[in-house]
Design a protein around this ligand. Structure first.
Ligand code: SAM
Length: 263
């Protein structure tokens, strides 16, 4: 298949890819945007080929780029050559990556999660900050967790900012969306320990003896973990606050807990 060349900023493909900055458009199309060869390499390693690969005309030859071109075409995707101006417009950045790709979103249904596949899983209630969510997905991947479960109204894990913060881990761990009632019903069959995190907990995080696979619950940035979800945990723990700060940033608390539970 020969590579298409797009030169116009008003080209429909350019407009459609740019529209993926909007949640509504991502929801309707089931697609998302990832930037840079590192992300594309992570995706290819997981058997995920781009639906659209936008390659800047200035992109230097690279074996990974060649692989991306081949796998995009093999999966019936489009490979498109574009100007730096179009890349900047699509990524909404002054210094865009030289390669952008559009992928299909993947969500794992709650019932398809196999707890024994990993020592730890992370559940987040109403997480609102894309940077926090992306960082937690990255940390979960780094520590060998199986996936991240989003409970209630959460920020979109496939938003551009969240995806950037994952540094490619969005392709490596499973992502599940659910509501609190379905989560509570499913949690009743969890085979290991369910560990909640609350500032009012009396158990320190290092005192907990969790049985694997552990399921770690963290709460919303403002409101914390709700009473209903905290009550469904086997134990709630607090990371000691020794100075004046009354709480940790959500992704920092997640990092400490994930490594404590996977050590
Ligand atoms: N005002 C909120 C509250 O009362 O919980 C603060 C929420 S905190 C910024 C966001 C989440 O990070 C919490 O729901 C909890 O999951 C986790 N977290 C932050 N600091 C923590 C700590 N010291 N111990 C346990 N969890 C913590």
């Amino acid at each position: 298949m020969s590579e298409r060349v797009i030169t116009s900023l008003t080209n429909p493909t350019v407009k459609a890819v740019r529209a993926l900055h909007m949640r509504k458009e991502r929801r309707e199309t089931g697609l998302f945007l990832a930037e840079g060869l590192k992300f594309i390499g992570e995706a290819l390693d997981q058997g995920r080929a781009p639906e659209i690969l936008l390659v800047g005309r200035d992109a230097r030859p690279h074996p990974l780029l060649e692989r991306a071109r081949q796998q995009t075409e093999a999966a019936q995707g489009q490979v498109v050559s574009v100007s730096a101006e179009i890349l900047a417009k699509v990524s909404r950045k002054d210094n865009p990556q030289t390669v952008l790709a559009v992928f299909r979103q993947v969500f794992t249904p709650l019932e398809a999660i196999a707890p024994a596949r990993a020592p730890c899983w992370v559940a987040l209630e109403q997480v609102r900050d894309p940077g926090n969510l992306g960082t937690i997905i990255r940390t979960a991947d780094a520590a060998g967790c199986g996936g991240v479960i989003l409970i209630g109204e959460c920020v979109d894990p496939y938003g551009v900012e969240a995806v950037r913060a994952t540094m490619g881990s969005v392709f490596a761990v499973s992502i599940t969306q659910t509501d609190a009632d379905s989560f509570l019903e499913w949690r009743a069959r969890w085979p290991g320990s369910v560990v909640g995190t609350r500032l009012d907990a009396s158990t320190a995080h290092h005192e907990v003896e969790a049985h694997r696979p552990s399921l770690l619950l963290l709460g919303n940035e403002q409101a914390g973990l709700s009473d209903d979800l905290a009550a469904a945990c086997d134990v709630n723990v607090k990371i000691p606050m020794r100075g004046r700060a009354d709480s940790l940033n959500l992704s920092v608390a997640a990092g400490i807990m994930i490594y404590a539970l996977t050590a």
